[in-house]
Design a protein around this ligand. Sequence first.
Ligand code: IPD
Ligand code: CA
Ligand code: CA
Ligand code: CA
Length: 290
Amino acid sequence: MSSVELNEYFKYVKEIIIGAGQTVIEGLEQDDKNVETKGNIRFDLVTVFDRRVEDDFTTKIKQRYPDHQIIGEETWPANVTPKLTDTPTWIIDPIDGTINYIKKIPFIGISVALAIKGEIVIGIVYNPITNQFYSAIKGEGSYLNGKRIYATKNDDLRKAVIGNEISLASIPFLHDRTIERVRKLTEFGVLGFRSFGSAAISLCNVADGSLDVYFTDGLKCWDVAAGVLILEEAGGCAGNPNGKPFNMFSRVLLTAGNKVLLDKMVTILTECDEKTIAKVRELISPELRS
Ligand code: IPD
Ligand code: CA
Ligand code: CA
Ligand code: CA
């Protein structure tokens, strides 16, 4: 894929996303956003504006690139795990941070990524409320409103601000695990915790150096596809909390501004996770213990 082609895709999609920002802003002040729950999951909410942004995006991509595939949060079938093929694929989360949007908390992002031959090559996260447009093209660095951004060089965990969330979508075992991780990091003595309610925006905050670390569970590919490219192009690192490489379909994520910080986090999180797993083993019957 030539950089001319990538720039062409980028220009086209940027226009769509800026237009989508208008839709999001118009919806923000409306008290009736037609909020619905998805299935019977109480905390998985969707508004008419999430759907409108995704529909509009899909229509415009299909008009210009009819053979491209789209993986979108609001239209992807709940029982099918998405996967990348050789077909160019757009991954869209029309509003990352829907609960923030409903509550008028200004941390939301329209998140769009493009995968070519299985690799993410374009990532955009746009917050129209704060007017922050984060973007990256593979190999060309990351930008906030056109200005180059860099992840932190701080490698001292005691000076680190950690972004994380207790995802209610997770199973109770994962709640225990998150609480154990926070307890351990508190004992260790990090500088502070922040919980922004948008994975896409949190990743951009690691990319621009305002967060040192971000980790969470229960994610889907559309939450992280764009943000991880933006983070990596800003010099940051993404991985699995167990030290294995990042996989956007794995539902777990650990990120940091640099490799030293990431490795320190892996050591601490692995310890916590082993402890939580041991606790779960105690609760299950002896025959099932491995
Ligand atoms: C959610 C946000 C949140 C994360 C959840 C996601 P949504 O996305 O990214 O920060 O903790 O796991 O589902 O539903 O607001 O697009
Ligand atoms: Ca959602
Ligand atoms: Ca999301
Ligand atoms: Ca969403």
